[in-house]
Design a protein around this ligand. Sequence first.
Ligand SMILES: NC(=O)c1ccc[n+]([C@@H]2O[C@H](COP(=O)([O-])OP(=O)(O)OC[C@H]3O[C@@H](n4cnc5c(N)ncnc54)[C@H](OP(=O)(O)O)[C@@H]3O)[C@@H](O)[C@H]2O)c1
Length: 253
Amino acid sequence: MQVALVTGSSRGIGLATAKALAAEGFAVAVNGPVDDAELRAAVAAVQAIGPCVAAPFDVSDLSAHDPALAQVEAALGPLTTLVNNAGVGVLQRGDLLEVSEASWDRCLNINSKAMFFLAQAFAKRVLARPRDAAVFHAIVNVTSSNAMAVAVQRAEYCASKAAAAMVSKALAVRLGPENIAVYDVQPGLIATEMTAPVIEMYRKRAEDGLTLFPRVGSPEDIGAIIASLASGKLPYTTGQVISADAGMLVPRF
Ligand SMILES: NC(=O)c1ccc[n+]([C@@H]2O[C@H](COP(=O)([O-])OP(=O)(O)OC[C@H]3O[C@@H](n4cnc5c(N)ncnc54)[C@H](OP(=O)(O)O)[C@@H]3O)[C@@H](O)[C@H]2O)c1
């Protein structure tokens, strides 16, 4: 059985991904920074589909990574799949000239540094043991359209996602010879708690042509993409960017 850890899966894209993976037959560890009611509700929702445990830890606490992976493996078996999804937006949207060091550090720590080191800890574990070559192993990183496209009121978020996109490429290069696939999923405009304050504005812009399909996306759209990738349904691929954005970034004039 494939075993996946999905970071930041107490709600939103992460929770939809955990459910989609469970529906594909994965055992799933659900993560949020703390063991709270939201995390427990997420675990119950996934357990209704398949095996699932809670793995509460703050991804920006690097010392928590290996103990958390060990705990997941003790409960579910050897990990085959890591979905680096946990992420945060900026502390305050606004003029790039006023971005605070605190918001920069928070974005970079959670959105790029944490996913690099968690992938490192995951890969070391996978490489340290004998593996069944028939079982598909993958890391799926959830970055953003903002890895490519500037949102000038959220410059530090864009920078953190661009770094995460490069981390994905570097991981793909290092782990390809080890038969671990690495993907970079770049969601566009997805209706979640993170985007709640701005989603109606984006919904209107999507309907007006910002995206090629005239709608914003759902967490389930992204969950389905990630579950397909993690299941090996795109064989002979790695290091790819999946623009999960309804064609928003297709160049046109
Ligand atoms: N929604 C979009 O349009 C969109 C577009 C592009 C990319 N993305 C990316 O997609 C990912 C998921 O976003 P979302 O929209 O689903 O956001 P969300 O609804 O805010 O969910 C974020 C999840 O990450 C968790 N999280 C945050 N910091 C964490 C930490 N330090 N350690 C562990 N878990 C942590 C949150 O838990 P707590 O709340 O308990 O902290 C929550 O479960 C993020 O990486 C985001 O940047 C989203």
